[in-house]
Design a protein around this ligand. Structure first.
Ligand code: NAD
Length: 373
C-alpha cells in the first residue's frame, strides 16, 4: 500500500500563503523522490479565519488538525485584526488555541548557523564556529499557566504606604510535566551529539529544585549514555553569546525558554531562517519562528527558508524520514553556499543577480534536492 502522510496546512495571513506555496512545491518533490504521498488539506487559522467564519480557530480546522499526521502552519496575524477590545477575536487566539487543543507541551527550536550566513550574525565569526543547538522549551506549564491575579486595597502596597494594588504570577510544575519534557530532550540528544544542558534557577526557585531532581532521576534511570549538565538560567543567557557552540540540547521551563530561544535566534542573523516544532501526545505542529511580516506581504520577497526548515523538522519528528530531512538540509546549505539570498539575508557581498524572491528561492532548493547525488 502506498505510504500516505496527511498534512493539515494552515497558510494563515500576510506572507503566510506565499511561503506555504513553497512548502507545497517542496513536499511534491520530496514525495516523488521518496515514494511517499503527502496528502495536504488546507484549513483556516488566524485573521483569514476570523474574516471567513468569525472565529480565529474554527471547529473544522481543529478537526482537520486532529485528524492529520502533522500540522504545518505558515504565519498568522496583522494590523488589520489588531484590537484592544477584549470582546473581539484576535488571530493569536487561534495559535494559542490550537497549541492548547493539541496538547503541545514541547517546543523545539533548532538554532543552526549556516556557514554562508556567518557574517549576517551580530556576533563575531570566531564566536559562532560550530553553533548547532536545539532548545527544548516546556510550553504548557510554568509561570505562563500558573495562577495569577491582582488584589486591590492591599495594606502598604502603594508607594506612599497607603493601601494599593498587588499582582502575582505563580510558577507551578508537576513531576510528570518535568519528566515528559526532559524525556523529549534526552531522546533528541541521543539523535544529536548526546549532551543536554538542563537550565533552571535552582539556587532561588523551589520549582527549579524539583525540576533538577526529576531531570537527574530520569537521567540516572534511563539516559546514562547522555551527558547531563545543570546550568543556571542567568549563566546560560551569558554563555549563549560568549561560547554558543558548547550547547547541543538545552531543556528548560516555559518562560526561561521563551527568553533564551529569542536570544539564541539572533545568533543566526535572521528570523527568516528559524523553524520550530511543537510536540505533544497527538498531532505535532511545525511553523517558522517569524510572524506574518505584513510590511512585505504580497510582494513576493519573503524568505521561505524558515518554512522549508519547518518541513525538515516535520520529516524528522513526525514521519521518521531522517534521510530525506538530511537531504533537504543539505539542499538549503548548498543553495546558500552558492550565494543565493532573499533580501532579508543579503549583504554587501551578495551579487545583485543572486538576490531572489520567494518563489525563485523555493525553486532553487527544489532543484538542488533533485540534483543527482
Ligand atoms: P514578524 O516576524 O512578522 O516581522 C518582523 C520583521 O521581520 C519584519 O520586518 C518582517 O518583514 C521581517 N520578516 C519576518 N519574517 C520574514 C521572512 N520570512 N522573510 C523576510 N523578512 C521577514 O513580526 P512582527 O512584525 O512583530 O509581527 C507581525 C504580525 O505577525 C503580528 O500580527 C504578530 O502578532 C504576528 N506574529 C505571528 C506569529 C506566528 O504566526 N507564529 C509569530 C510572531 C508574530
Amino acid at each position: 500500500m502506498a505510504d500516505v502522510k496527511r498534512i493539515c496546512l494552515l497558510p494563515g495571513d500576510g506572507i503566510g500563503p506565499e511561503i506555504a506555496a513553497e512548502a507545497v512545491k517542496l513536499l511534491e518533490a520530496i514525495g516523488e523522490l521518496e515514494g511517499v504521498t503527502f496528502e495536504l488539506t488546507e484549513a483556516l487559522l488566524g485573521g483569514v479565519a476570523i474574516d471567513e467564519t468569525g472565529s480565529p480557530l474554527p471547529d473544522e480546522t481543529l478537526a482537520e488538525a486532529r485528524d492529520a499526521d502533522a500540522v504545518l502552519l505558515a504565519a498568522i496575524g496583522g494590523p488589520r485584526w489588531d484590537t484592544t477590545d477584549p470582546a473581539r477575536p484576535r488571530p493569536e487566539q487561534g495559535l494559542l488555541g490550537i497549541r492548547k487543543a493539541l496538547g503541545l507541551y514541547a517546543n523545539l527550536r533548532p538554532v543552526k548557523l549556516f556557514d554562508a550566513l556567518t557574517d549576517a550574525s551580530s556576533l563575531k565569526r570566531e564566536a559562532l564556529e560550530g553553533v548547532d543547538m536545539l532548545i527544548v522549551r516546556e510550553l504548557t506549564g510554568g509561570l505562563y499557566f500558573g495562577e495569577s491575579a491582582r488584589e486591590a486595597d492591599v495594606d502598604g502596597a502603594s508607594a506612599d504606604g497607603s493601601p494599593g494594588m498587588l499582582a502575582y504570577d505563580t510558577m507551578v510544575y508537576t513531576e510528570a510535566e518535568i519528566e515528559r519534557i526532559a524525556r523529549v530532550a534526552f531522546e533528541a540528544a541521543r539523535k544529536r551529539r548526546g549532551k543536554v544542558h538542563s537550565v533552571d534557577k535552582a539556587n532561588v526557585l523551589e520549582s527549579s529544585r524539583l525540576w533538577r531532581e526529576v531531570v537527574h532521576r530520569l537521567h540516572a534511570a534511563e539516559y546514562g549514555d547522555v551527558e547531563l549538565l545543570d546550568q543556571l538560567v542567568d549563566n546560560t543567557a551569558m554563555q549563549l553569546v560568549r561560547m554558543p557552540a558548547q550547547f547541543d540540547v538545552i531543556v528548560t521551563e516555559n518562560m526561561f525558554g521563551d527568553i533564551l530561544s529569542d536570544e539564541a535566534s539572533m545568533l543566526t542573523g535572521s528570523l527568516g531562517m528559524l523553524a520550530s516544532a511543537s510536540l505533544g501526545d497527538g498531532t505535532a505542529l511545525y511553523e517558522p519562528s517569524h510572524g506574518s511580516a505584513p510590511d512585505i506581504a504580497g510582494q513576493g520577497i519573503a524568505n521561505p527558508l524558515a518554512m522549508l526548515l519547518s518541513v525538515e523538522l516535520m520529516l524528522r519528528y513526525s514521519f521518521g524520514m531522517d534521510a530525506a530531512a538530511d537531504r533537504l538540509a543539505a539542499a538549503i546549505e548548498v543553495t546558500l553556499a552558492e550565494g543565493w539570498r532573499t533580501r532579508d539575508i543579503a549583504d554587501a557581498w551578495t551579487l545583485p543577480q543572486r538576490t531572489v524572491g520567494t518563489s525563485a528561492m523555493g525553486d532553487l532548493v527544489v532543484e538542488r534536492l533533485r540534483a543527482p547525488r
